[in-house]
Design a protein around this ligand. Structure first.
Ligand code: GLN
Length: 484
């Protein structure tokens, strides 16, 4: 059963070859066993899951099932889940039981999905390796000495190891796409505002966006159908009408105009990754796509801009964790200031503190113009450059990450190199565009992802391209040894 993707599981559930309760029991057992190796879950929630599975069986038996009824899912532990611990990978929220569901969770529950548990992640989604989690690192199922990527590393590892067919992720600078690439799965970062951020613990509010992590593009489309749409509880949520994301999956891509930015294929890129991406693009050319070189000179500035904007927003968002209202509180504070200082000092990890300090610095009166304001101006230039490029080509293709999965501890003391692992992904968040990472090859036994970036709200087109690619390639079908 664990080999089946969503589209296949729907068939067995609706033919009643297996009930949702039986399926859930199998999945819970597999998750509990394998989690001891991979550490991809912070919480596994059997009671919650079996209750939802029972309800799903009732719907199926009454003939009221939808396309996701009874399908297991894992939620990244950044999404609030009513009555279930929501830690965001931090000691700060280790004791936090969310009193309500995030919109994404509510919608997936309403679609009849069965939540198996909450996945491990970098603390407050800050990281590219899952090593900043209070709950310890997640191991990559392809090589357990390596990281799964981050910050949605638990979700990526759980889907790659065939524990669940889908997990949610969030992407502020690459956290859906980069772990998808490093774990050999499909990860879609939707247009900013397409998925509600209500109940998704905020890291950098102008960049954060939730999305699906699945094995196939078809499954990502099924999940998008359930979670996309306007939400009046999120003031930045987009009012654009929602399409049926499964409808265009099989469309022809003949005549598709692909732009390859020369800056994405320069000497910084591992040449083997470059070769894999070019081979992937050739597959699309065989399906009728046309390729031309483009230039995105501003992309070189995306890392410095991101590491001003994201910490600035995080320093403001994380100010709420002060030991007073919820979350961790230090023992025996002497006075209010001691309560603030020690609760935050003890509750946050090193990377989070580093970001808060950078953020408060770039927002401070003396440095605001030099750093924050300048970063915002360059952010606009980056967005304009994408807009211009996307008026000439339909999609932009490049690598998702500069290399395959790196070793645990390899970059932990080298934050700059760690930050560079998002070099191809952060500019997409700065511009608010949608992008998908799809498995496109293997390098030394490790998966490599190809990134397809589209225009605003072009998710149906991205899913169509990814689906056509997956019809003629087998990379997304490969499973790590021992998890197949
Ligand atoms: N790795 C990037 C960071 O550390 C992006 C994280 C994310 O997308 N949540 O900020």
């Amino acid at each position: 059963m664990h080999k089946k993707n969503i589209a296949e599981l729907v068939q067995v559930l609706q033919h009643r070859d297996i009930s949702s309760v039986e399926l859930t029991r199998l999945v819970l057992e597999r998750c509990t066993n394998i989690n001891q190796k991979l550490n991809c879950f912070i919480s596994i929630t059997p009671e919650h899951a079996l209750l939802q599975a029972k309800l799903a069986d009732e719907k199926i038996n009454q003939g009221n099932a939808g396309p996701l009824t009874g399908i297991p899912i894992a939620q990244k532990d950044i999404f609030c889940t009513d009555g279930v611990k929501t830690s965001c990978g931090s000691k700060m929220l280790d004791n936090f039981i969310a009193p309500y569901d995030a919109t994404v969770v509510e919608k997936l529950n309403n679609a009849g999905m069965v939540m198996i548990g909450k996945t491990n992640m970098d603390e407050f989604a800050m990281g590219s390796s899952n090593e900043t989690s209070f709950y310890g690192p997640v191991l990559n199922p392809w090589d357990m000495d390596r990281v799964p990527g981050g910050s949605s590393g638990g979700s990526a590892a759980a889907v790659a190891a065939r524990l669940v067919p889908v997990a949610t992720g969030t992407d502020t600078g690459g956290s859906i796409r980069q772990p998808a690439s490093l774990c050999g799965i499909t990860g879609l970062k939707p247009t900013y505002g397409r998925i509600s951020r209500y109940g998704m613990i905020a890291f950098a509010s102008s960049l954060d966006q939730g999305g699906p992590m699945t094995r196939t593009a078809e499954d990502a489309a099924l999940i998008m159908n359930a979670i996309a749409g306007f939400d009046e509880r999120d003031s930045t949520s987009a009012e654009n009408p929602v399409e049926d994301y499964t409808q265009h999956l099989n469309n022809s891509i003949a005549g598709l105009k692909i732009g390859l930015p020369k800056e994405y294929f320069d000497e910084q890129l591992n040449p083997d990754i470059g070769r894999i991406i070019h081979e992937g693009v050739k597959e699309l050319e065989k399906l009728g796509a046309n390729v031309k070189e483009i230039s995105l000179p501003g992309s070189k500035l995306s890392i410095p801009v991101y590491y001003v904007v994201a910490p600035a927003e995080c320093s403001s968002n994380l100010a709420r964790f002060d030991g007073v209202r919820f979350g961790y509180r230090c023992n025996d504070p002497e006075d209010l200031s001691d309560l603030y200082c020690r609760s935050r000092g003890e509750g946050f990890g090193r990377e989070v503190k580093r970001r808060i300090m950078i953020g408060t610095y770039v927002l401070s009166a003396g440095y605001y113009d030099a750093y924050y304001l300048k970063a915002q101006k360059i952010r606009r230039l980056i967005r304009d450059e994408f807009r211009q490029a996307l008026s000439k080509v339909d999609v932009i293709i490049g690598p998702t990450a500069p290399g395959p999965a790196f070793r645990i501890n390899e970059l932990l003391d080298d934050p700059i190199t760690m930050y560079l692992s998002d070099i191809y992904t952060v500019s997409v968040n700065l511009a608010g565009l949608p992008a998908i990472s799809i498995p496109a090859g293997m390098l030394g036994g490790l998966p490599v992802g190809m990134q397809v970036i589209g225009n605003y709200f072009a998710e149906p087109r991205l899913l169509n391209i990814a689906h056509r690619f997956q019809q003629v390639t087998h990379w997304h079908k490969l499973a790590p040894a021992g998890f197949d």
